[in-house]
Design a protein around this ligand. Structure first.
Ligand code: NAP
Length: 447
């Protein structure tokens, strides 16, 4: 047997405790698989006395994770603290500089500083592994970095935030409002007390930044991603989507366009019977369209102690076997600069919901504004929310705004935005129209 692989684990919260449990539970299985023992040679967290449901007896305790990171007794530093800056960053940098391999689940840190950290890892000839940083238990990093490394990837997209997917799925299944479902998600522990990071799309954008770099061999550029959250999605949108054969999902999408990369996080309509539409609750999904492999979809738990620990442990096993591959698939000097495509050039179909004043000529004026930009309409429906049904009392009062939903044929983002601005300026609608992109899926294209 080779020398034991010594681990320093910083952060003993959900993931850290989950990892310690896994390493204990599967100790013999793991040692057999990699031909050496894995020994936890140091741990660090804030509160030493906290009950964590795992055995810590005999493991050296470090109050300071940075000290643990460079301790001569460890070969691998496992960062499970979180946060893009602060102690997690300082500790990871210290570990890499000290020639330690690093395993982290920290998407925020990678999205913001991934290239610099990868460079440090290369300079010191050590691994920087982060399977758990995107979509928890789903092995998407290895899929892009290893399994698909011989392909040219055209697009990567997915449901990367369980909180948002839980909210949207519950709104659709139980016909409930966004606010009500968000409150319930907070009670169940699926959403933070301050949910902005999740529902605003920023968590998805962190993960998308990492996937975009791996998929297209470019430098990470979190700040270049167009981000829209799910706060504006109403019951009326969910119901209209259902009736028109769609589901609304918060997607992170990165695709190779002619002039660069289009990377965006936005609520999107996907056909109701597509596989990704059926991904419900806190489950995550990542789809990859690649030239030789075709299209694949990975579905699974995007968070949680066990699933995330499984991903972290797989990174540790790779190191135990002796593998060091470039963190972002290729050497950092080969990563291309991020070239952002203007979102106005995006081509696709759109869902538009308008609240139209019941006045003569209103619809004709709206149709003209669409026609002026050569936008053709696939379907148009005047509808009222199910909550207003049933019965005669639900009839719209004369002159009250009537909800109108339309699906356009393929057009450009620029054209639809201009048409919507013009419609609003004409004063024919009582509020800013809702516009949602309809995501074209590989499975549609094959039909
Ligand atoms: N939770 C998931 O399902 C999941 C999924 C994928 C990725 N991740 C990522 O995994 C990482 C950890 O997440 P988590 O959910 O396990 O977080 P968590 O439960 O909040 O745990 C964080 C841990 O870090 C420790 N810590 C905080 N500040 C520290 C400091 N200054 N010095 C030493 N230790 C410190 C805390 O110590 P105390 O316990 O003493 O307070 C705690 O043990 C994050 O980057 C997260 O994004 C999490």
């Amino acid at each position: 047997m080779q020398q034991p692989l010594t681990l320093g684990i910083a952060g003993l919260g959900t993931v850290g405790a989950g990892l310690l449990h896994l390493l204990e539970h599967h100790k013999h299985r793991l040692e057999e698989r990699v031909g050496r023992s894995l020994r936890v040679a140091g741990v660090s967290a804030r509160v030493k006395t906290k009950e964590r449901g795992v055995k810590l007896g005999g493991i050296p305790w470090f109050d300071d994770p940075v000290k643990l990171a460079s301790d001569p007794g460890i070969a691998v530093f496992v960062e499970l603290i979180g946060g893009s800056d602060g102690v997690a960053k300082v500790a990871v940098e210290a570990a890499l500089r000290a020639g330690k391999h690093v395993v982290t689940a920290n998407k925020a840190l990678l999205a913001e500083h991934g290239v610099a950290l990868a460079r440090l890892a290369e300079e010191h000839g050590v691994a920087l592994n982060f399977e758990a940083a995107v979509a928890g238990g789903i092995p998407v990093i290895k899929t892009l970095r290893e399994s698909l490394s011989a392909n040219e990837v055209h697009r990567v997209y997915g449901i990367l935030n369980g909180t948002c997917n839980y909210i949207l799925t519950t709104m659709a299944d139980e016909h409930r409002s966004f606010d009500e479902v968000l409150k319930e998600a907070q009670k169940r522990g699926y959403a933070e007390a301050d949910p902005t990071f999740d529902i605003g799309g920023f968590d998805t954008a962190h993960k998308l930044a990492i996937l975009t770099s791996l998929a297209f061999g470019i430098k990470l550029a979190f700040d270049q991603i167009h981000v829209e959250g799910i706060q504006s999605i109403t019951e009326a949108d969910i119901e209209a989507a259902e009736d028109m054969g769609y589901r609304i999902k918060l997607l992170g999408v990165a695709m190779q366009a002619e002039s660069g990369i289009e990377a965006r996080v936005n609520p999107a309509m996907v056909p109701k019977h597509s596989a990704i539409a059926e991904v419900s609750g806190v489950t995550n999904a990542v789809a990859i369209d690649a030239d030789y492999c075709g299209s694949l979809l990975l579905i699974g738990p995007g968070a949680g102690a066990q699933a995330t620990a499984s991903a972290v442990a797989s990174d540790i096993l790779d190191i135990a076997r002796g593998g060091v591959i470039p963190p972002f698939l290729t050497h950092t000097r080969n990563l291309k600069p991020y070239k952002k495509v203007k979102l106005g050039a995006h081509q696709g179909a759109y869902y538009v919901r308008l609240s139209v004043y019941d006045r003569p000529g209103a619809m004709a004026a709206i149709a003209k504004r669409m026609g002026d930009r050569e936008i053709s309409i696939e379907s148009i429906v005047q509808r009222r929310p199910r909550s207003a049904l049933p019965g005669i009392g639900a009839r719209l009062k004369p002159g009250a705004p009537a909800p109108v939903v339309m699906i356009t044929h393929e057009t450009t983002e620029e054209a639809i935005r201009q048409a919507i601005d013009a419609i609003e300026q004409d004063g024919k609608v009582s509020e800013r129209p809702q516009v949602i992109r309809i995501e074209k899926l590989y499975e549609d294209e094959r039909q």
